[in-house]
Write a protein that binds this ligand. Structure first.
Ligand code: GLA
Length: 377
C-alpha cells in the first residue's frame, strides 16, 4: 500500500527547502535568443518548495495555487499525465535524473509562491529553478549554476512548448542581492553589475493583462529574426550593423527590417546602459530604457496599449517628477512595466501611473517596489 504523503506544513520541520525568485529585465529585451546581452535582476517574490521523504518511489507535489496534486511515478521517467503546471516540475525531475544519473528517492513537496502568475515576472522559471534546487538537496548532486539554468530552459522548450532564451532561468539562478546580472547570450559569460544608488527604486506595475508566450507570437518573432539574419547573410546578430540593415532594406521588407532593427539597436542600448550605470549616469540609463520601449512597441510589436499607457504616464512626469526612465519588461503582450525612479517621489509617481491607467482602462494596476535580490537558495 502506498504511504500517505507527509506534506510539509509551515509550522512543521521539513527535510528540504529551496526557493527561487522571479525577475524583471532592466534592458536587453527579446535578444537572449538573438545573440544579445541581457540585464535582469531577481525580485524578492519567489517560489518556495519544501519537501519531506516518502517511502515509495513516488514524487507528489501540492501547490498553494492549485487544488490539483501532481503525482509522479519515479520508477517510470518520462511524460506522465498531470495538470498543466505539473509539466514544469515533472520536466525538471526527469531532466535532472537524466543529467545527473541520480537515483531519486520518493518525496512529498509543497509549493508556495508569491510571484504573480502570467504577469511577465517569470513565475515558470522560478518554479523550474526552485524544483531543480530542491532536487539538488534531495539527491546531493549539485549542478553548475549555468547547467541548472540550461536544464530549466530545456524544460520550458520540451515540456511547456515555449522556445524561450536563457534569461529568465539564468536570472533566477545567478542573480545576487544588490546587483544586476549582465549575461552574454553568445558565450554564456556573465558578470554582476552593481545597482549602486540607494536612492533609486524600481517600481513594477503589473497590468494584470495575461499573455501566453506559447500563443505563437513569441515563436513567430524568433523565426522572423532567424529569417532576417539569413537574408543578411550573417552568422550572428553580433556582426550586423545599422548600415547592413539599410543596405538590405529591400530584400528584408517592411516587417523583417523592423524586427532586425530592434535586435541591433537593443544590443547597443544594453551595453550603453551598463556603461551608464557604471558611471552613475542615470539620465543616459533613462534614455536607453525609453528607447528600448519604443523599439519594442514600434519595431518588435510586442507591447500593448496597457504597457504603453504606463510608460507614457511615467514619461509625463519626467526627470523633474523623479522618473529616471520606464519600459515594458519581459515577453510583452501584457505583463509589467518597470519605472526607475528617485525614492522620494515614489508615492506621487505610483499615484500618477494608477490615475492615468484607471482613466483609460477602469482598473488600477498592481504595484511592487523592487531592489535586486538573491537568486535561488
Ligand atoms: C520571455 C522569455 C525570455 C526572453 C523574454 C524577452 O521572458 O522567457 O527568454 O526572451 O521573454 O526578453
Amino acid at each position: 500500500m502506498a504511504s500517505t504523503p507527509n506534506f510539509p506544513k509551515s509550522t512543521q520541520e521539513v527535510a528540504w527547502t529551496a526557493c527561487a525568485p522571479g525577475r524583471v529585465n532592466i534592458i536587453g529585451e527579446h535578444v537572449d535568443y538573438n545573440d544579445g546581452w541581457v540585464l535582469p535582476m531577481a525580485i524578492e517574490q519567489c517560489v518556495t518548495i519544501s519537501a519531506n521523504p516518502l517511502g515509495d518511489a513516488i514524487a507528489v507535489f501540492q501547490s498553494s495555487l492549485s487544488d490539483e496534486v501532481v503525482r509522479l511515478d519515479l520508477s517510470k521517467p518520462g511524460l506522465q499525465a498531470t495538470p498543466a503546471w505539473g509539466n514544469y516540475v515533472q520536466g525538471v525531475v526527469w531532466e535532472f535524473m537524466k543529467e545527473t544519473g541520480a537515483s531519486m528517492p520518493g518525496f512529498a513537496a509543497t509549493i508556495t509562491s508569491d510571484v504573480p502568475q502570467g504577469g511577465g515576472l517569470s513565475s515558470s522559471a522560478a518554479l523550474e529553478v526552485a524544483t531543480a534546487t530542491l532536487l539538488e538537496k534531495i539527491t546531493g548532486h549539485t549542478l553548475e549554476p549555468l547547467e541548472k539554468a540550461r536544464l530549466c530552459q530545456r524544460v520550458e522548450h520540451e515540456y511547456a512548448g515555449v522556445p524561450c532564451g536563457l534569461m529568465d532561468q539564468a536570472a533566477s539562478t545567478l542573480c545576487r542581492a544588490g546587483d544586476l546580472l549582465l549575461l552574454d547570450c553568445v558565450t554564456d559569460e556573465y558578470r554582476h553589475v552593481a545597482f549602486a544608488d540607494d536612492d533609486v527604486v524600481v517600481l513594477i506595475a503589473n497590468t494584470g493583462v495575461s499573455h501566453s508566450l506559447a500563443d505563437g507570437e513569441y515563436a513567430r518573432r524568433r523565426s522572423q529574426c532567424e529569417e532576417a539574419l539569413a537574408i543578411l547573410g550573417k552568422p550572428s546578430y553580433r556582426e550586423v550593423t545599422a548600415l547592413d540593415l539599410q543596405n538590405a532594406a529591400h530584400s528584408l521588407g517592411d516587417v523583417l527590417i523592423k524586427r532586425a532593427r530592434h535586435v541591433v539597436g537593443e544590443n547597443v542600448r544594453t551595453r550603453m546602459t551598463v556603461d551608464a550605470l557604471e558611471k552613475g549616469d542615470w539620465d543616459r540609463v533613462g534614455t536607453c530604457l525609453y528607447a528600448s520601449h519604443d523599439s519594442l512597441a514600434r519595431d518588435y510589436e510586442v507591447s500593448c496599449p496597457e504597457l504603453d499607457c504606463l510608460v507614457a504616464a511615467a514619461r509625463e512626469l519626467g526627470v523633474e517628477g523623479g522618473v529616471i526612465g520606464a519600459r515594458m519588461t519581459g515577453g510583452g503582450f501584457g505583463g509589467c512595466t518597470i519605472t526607475l525612479l528617485r525614492k522620494g517621489h515614489l508615492e506621487r509617481i505610483r499615484e500618477h501611473l494608477a490615475t492615468r491607467y484607471q482613466e483609460r482602462f477602469g482598473v488600477v494596476p498592481t504595484f511592487y517596489t523592487a531592489r535586486p535580490s538573491q537568486g535561488t537558495r
